[in-house]
Design a protein around this ligand. Structure first.
Ligand code: UDP
Ligand code: MN
Length: 253
């Protein structure tokens, strides 16, 4: 049978959340044998996410864990100050370890809610034996970052930012075999990882560089983009609110 793809998505409440999740869910609807693990960064599961998942007809698991306060980004902090979605991804790993067995075939992919995913990417991901890698567009201050491949093997990385990281790859640029995660039960993302080292904190305990499996035509095709959504300005909304003329709160955006 076609191996399952487990897509792990951390998500948190904000004005653009529903738009992000509608876009992502409608991409995932086109992918066969997919299981979406959505982990809310919240003290409770929200109605917005619950309903969106139920209506999507996707195979899904809905989890939640709030990022501990001391690790949570404040409105005023620059967005790179604290790692984002770490506890959420780790909870998904825990769920997989508790609910799946070594005999289950699958690949795990960490897909943030705001990126842009080509359907072709999922065809590449599915055949992952241990850890597969590929280019990511619009990231690291570059048009793309990518693994460098010689004779079918990864020999290094094209990246400009902190190139000495053990695995200078974005979260969107790799997938891990479910079996590898089940066999290495301690492997997880490090909440205290230095900026840029989150991906390495997981991958270091799973593979060596030589073992990485290059996908997307020897890492020459960009099939995922690290897009980021602009925070909407709510100037008019706030003005109207003050006059008691704010928009209908029963209408979900
Ligand atoms: N995220 C989260 N809690 C937060 C901030 C972000 O769960 O407090 C999620 C977010 O929804 C996304 C992922 O973590 O799926 C990465 O966050 P973001 O896209 O803001 O990171 P960036 O693209 O800036 O690296
Ligand atoms: Mn993002």
């Amino acid at each position: 049978a076609l191996p399952m793809i487990y897509v792990v998505t951390p998500t948190y409440a904000r004005l653009v959340q529903k738009a992000e999740l509608v876009r992502l869910s409608q991409t995932l609807m086109h992918v066969k044998n997919l299981h979406w693990i959505v982990v809310e960064d919240s003290p409770l599961k929200t109605q917005l996410v619950s309903e969106l998942l139920a209506q999507s007809h996707l195979r899904f698991t809905h989890l939640h864990v709030e990022t501990p306060k001391e690790h949570k980004r404040k409105e005023s902090d620059p967005n790179w100050l604290k790692p984002r979605g770490v506890e959420q991804r780790n909870l998904a790993l825990q769920w997989l370890r508790e609910n799946r067995q070594l005999s289950d075939q699958g690949t795990v992919y960490f897909a943030d809610d705001d990126n842009t995913y080509s359907l072709q990417l999922f065809d590449e991901i599915r055949s992952t034996k241990r850890v597969s890698v590929w280019p990511v567009g619009l990231v690291g201050g570059l048009r793309f970052e990518r693994p460098l491949v010689e004779n079918g093997k990864v020999v290094g990385f094209y990246t400009a930012w902190k190139p000495n990281r053990p695995f200078p790859v974005d979260m969107a640029g790799f997938a891990v075999a479910l079996q590898l995660l089940l066999a290495n039960r301690e492997a997880r993302f490090d909440l205290l990882a230095e900026r840029g080292y989150l991906e390495s904190s997981l991958l270091q305990s799973l593979v060596s560089l030589e073992e990485l499996e290059p996908k997307a035509n020897n890492c020459t095709k960009v099939l995922v983009w690290h897009t980021r959504t602009e925070k909407p300005k709510m100037k008019q909304e706030e003005l109207l609110q003050k006059q008691g003329l704010g928009s209908d709160p029963n209408i979900e955006v």
